[in-house]
Write a new protein. Structure first.
Length: 519
C-alpha cells in the first residue's frame, strides 16, 4: 500500500489524537492502539486517508479545508449511497460511520472498511498487462456498471437521492455553473460547448437509475488474480438520472488525443492493443442490461462527459490557486481544460459528417455490384451441379481488392475500422441490398461474429493463427449451431456439452449444418 499513499500533506493535516479518541468512543479502536495516518496520493477532490492500527485498517474520506464550491464535496451523500449499496450486495467497501462534528478533524468525514486484498490500476492504459488481460479487465468494469444501472432504485431506500428525469439538462447547467465559478480566464471553446449541449439535449431523458458520476477504471478495485471487480470507489458525484452518461464517461478516454497525458488517469486509450473498442464495450453493456444496441445519441453523452471532465479539471486548478488542492499535480490541470473542450466540439461536429464519404464509397461499389450481378448469377447457375460451385468467382476477388484499396474492409469491427455499431448499421443497410456485397467488404457472416469473439476474448496465439488471416480475408470460418433433435436456432435449447478433461476438452454432441463451411 506504500506505493499508493504518502505522508499527509501539510494543508490536510489534522489531530490524530482527537480522531483516536473519537474512534475509541465508537469502539473501532482502543485508546492503547498506535494510530498511523497516511494520505492516498490519488484523488483530486475529497482527501482520502489510510488509518491503521496494529490489528485493523480503515479508509477515511473528508471534505477539503477552506472555501469550497457550492454543492461540492458532500461526503454525507457518499456515506449514504455506499451504505445502501453495501446492504444490497453491490461491491463497495463497507461504510462504518459518518461524522458531521467538525471538532474531530476540522471537517465532516466518514469512515469505511479498507479493502486489503485487491488491485487498483492508476494507469488506464494498463501497460503491465497482456492484451488479453486488458480486455478481460475492461469487460469486467462494464459488466459491474451494467449491474449498478440494473439495481431497483425503490429497493435501495434512497428516497430523495437525486432529482430523477431531466438529468442531462441539469448536468449541463450544473457543470456550466461549476466551471464559471472556478474559471480564472475566459475559454471560448468551453462556452461554445456549453451552448451546444444545452441546444442539443436528448429528446427523451426519462430513464432514471442510480448513477456513479465518476465511473473510471482507477475508481475500481479488482480481485487479486481474477478479472472481477470487488469494490467500486469514490461516490462523491453519484445521483439518480440517465445511466448512459455513466457509460459515456467510462468510454471518454477512447476519444482523447494521445498528446493529452497530464496524469496517467487522463491518458488516451487510442491504439492500445487489447483494450476493447467503444462499439464492443457498448454491446457488452447493452447485453448485460438487456437493452437494444446500438445506443441512441451516444455522441451527446460523450461530449457531455468531456465537458464535465474539463469542468472538474478547472475545479482542481482553482483549488490549487486557493491552496487546498488534494492532487500533487493540481497546477497542471489548467493545461487540459481548453484541449478537452476542443476535443468535444470536434466530436459533435464530426459525428454528423464522418460517415458521408464512407457511405458514398459503399453506394458507388454496391451500384457496381448490381451492374455485375448478372455475371455472378450466371456463374452460380452454370456450376450449380459442379464442385466448381464452391469456388468464389474471380469478379468477387477483384472487387475485394478494390474494397481494400478504398479502405472499405472489416467495417463491422470497431477495433479495426474505428466505426461504432450505429455507424456500421448504416453501411449494412447499403450492403444488404446485394447478396454478395458483405463478402466483398470482408463483413460476411459467420466470419464477423467469429472475428469479434477472437478479437475480444482470444489469446495472442489464437489471434495470430486465426484472427489475423480472417481479417486479411485469407481464410474463412464456420459456425456449427443446428442440432437435429431440438430447435437449436434458440441457443438455450442446445444439447451439445463441452467439458474439460485434464489438459483436453471433450465435446459431446451432434451438429447438423455448418454455416460458412466449404467442402
Amino acid at each position: 500500500m506504500e506505493e499508493l499513499t504518502t505522508p499527509v500533506r501539510e494543508q490536510h493535516k489534522f489531530s490524530v489524537d482527537r480522531l483516536q479518541r473519537y474512534l475509541s468512543v465508537k469502539s473501532l479502536v482502543s485508546n492503547n492502539d498506535t494510530l498511523t495516518v497516511r494520505q492516498y496520493s490519488a484523488g483530486q477532490s475529497n482527501p482520502t486517508f489510510l488509518i491503521q492500527t496494529p490489528s485493523n485498517s480503515y479508509v477515511l474520506r473528508k471534505k477539503p479545508p477552506g472555501e469550497l464550491l457550492p454543492g461540492a464535496h458532500q461526503v454525507g451523500r457518499e456515506y449514504r449511497v455506499q451504505k445502501a449499496l453495501f446492504s444490497a450486495g453491490f461491491p463497495v467497501p463497507q461504510p462504518l460511520l459518518h461524522s458531521t462534528d467538525v471538532e474531530v478533524i476540522g471537517t465532516e468525514f466518514y469512515l469505511m472498511e479498507h479493502v486489503k486484498q485487491g488491485r487498483i490500476f492508476r494507469d488506464l492504459r494498463l501497460p503491465a498487462m497482456r492484451p488479453a488481460e486488458r480486455t478481460a479487465l475492461y469487460v469486467a468494469a462494464v459488466e459491474v456498471l451494467a449491474k449498478l444501472h440494473s439495481l431497483d432504485l425503490a429497493s435501495l431506500n434512497l428516497e430523495g437521492y437525486g432529482r430523477g428525469s431531466g438529468y442531462c439538462k441539469r448536468q449541463v447547467s450544473t457543470w456550466t455553473k461549476q466551471y464559471k465559478a472556478a474559471a480564472h480566464r475566459d475559454i471560448p471553446a468551453m462556452n461554445q460547448l456549453s451552448e451546444w449541449l444545452m441546444k442539443n439535449l436528448p429528446a427523451s431523458d426519462k430513464e432514471v437509475t442510480l448513477v456513479h458520476g465518476d465511473f473510471r477504471l482507477d475508481n475500481l478495485i479488482f480481485h487479486p488474480t481474477e478479472a472481477r471487480v470487488i469494490a467500486v470507489l469514490d461516490w462523491e458525484l453519484s445521483t439518480t438520472g440517465q445511466p448512459l452518461a455513466d457509460l459515456a464517461y467510462f468510454l471518454m478516454p477512447h476519444y482523447w488525443p494521445i498528446s493529452l497525458n497530464i496524469v496517467s488517469t487522463m491518458g488516451s486509450l487510442k491504439g492500445i492493443e487489447g483494450i476493447p473498442a467503444v462499439g464492443d464495450l457498448t454491446s457488452i453493456y447493452c447485453r448485460c442490461r438487456g437493452i437494444p444496441s446500438p445506443l441512441p445519441e451516444l455522441n451527446f453523452y460523450i461530449a457531455l462527459s468531456v465537458f464535465k471532465m474539463a469542468g472538474i479539471a478547472q475545479g482542481i486548478y482553482a483549488r490549487h490557486l486557493l491552496g487546498n488542492a488534494s492532487a500533487p499535480k493540481a497546477a497542471h490541470f489548467n493545461q487540459c481544460v481548453e484541449p478537452l473542450a476542443k476535443v468535444a466540439l470536434q466530436l459533435v461536429q464530426r459525428c454528423h459528417i464522418r460517415l458521408l464519404p464512407v457511405l458514398s464509397q459503399v453506394q458507388q461499389n454496391t451500384d457496381c455490384f448490381f451492374r455485375q450481378l448478372k455475371e455472378v448469377a450466371a456463374y452460380y447457375s452454370k456450376y450449380a451441379q459442379s464442385p466448381q460451385r464452391w469456388h468464389t468467382p474471380k469478379i468477387i476477388e477483384d472487387l475485394k481488392i478494390k474494397a481494400k484499396e478504398a479502405g472499405l474492409w472489416n467495417l463491422f469491427l470497431p477495433a479495426v475500422s474505428g466505426l461504432s455499431q450505429l455507424d456500421y448499421a448504416h453501411i449494412a443497410e447499403e450492403t444488404g441490398r446485394c447478396l454478395f456485397a458483405s463478402e466483398v467488404f470482408n463483413c460476411q457472416a459467420p466470419d464477423t461474429g467469429n472475428m469479434e469473439v477472437l478479437q475480444m476474448f482470444g489469446s495472442e496465439e489464437q489471434k495470430r493463427k486465426w484472427l489475423e488471416p480472417l481479417l486479411r480475408g485469407e481464410i474463412r470460418s464456420c459456425f456449427c449451431m443446428t442440432e437435429p433433435d431440438v430447435a437449436s436456432s434458440d441457443a438455450t435449447n442446445m444439447e451439445c456439452t463441452f467439458q474439460r478433461n485434464e489438459d483436453n476438452y471433450i465435446i459431446n454432441g451432434k451438429k447438423w449444418w455448418s454455416s460458412g463451411m466449404y467442402i
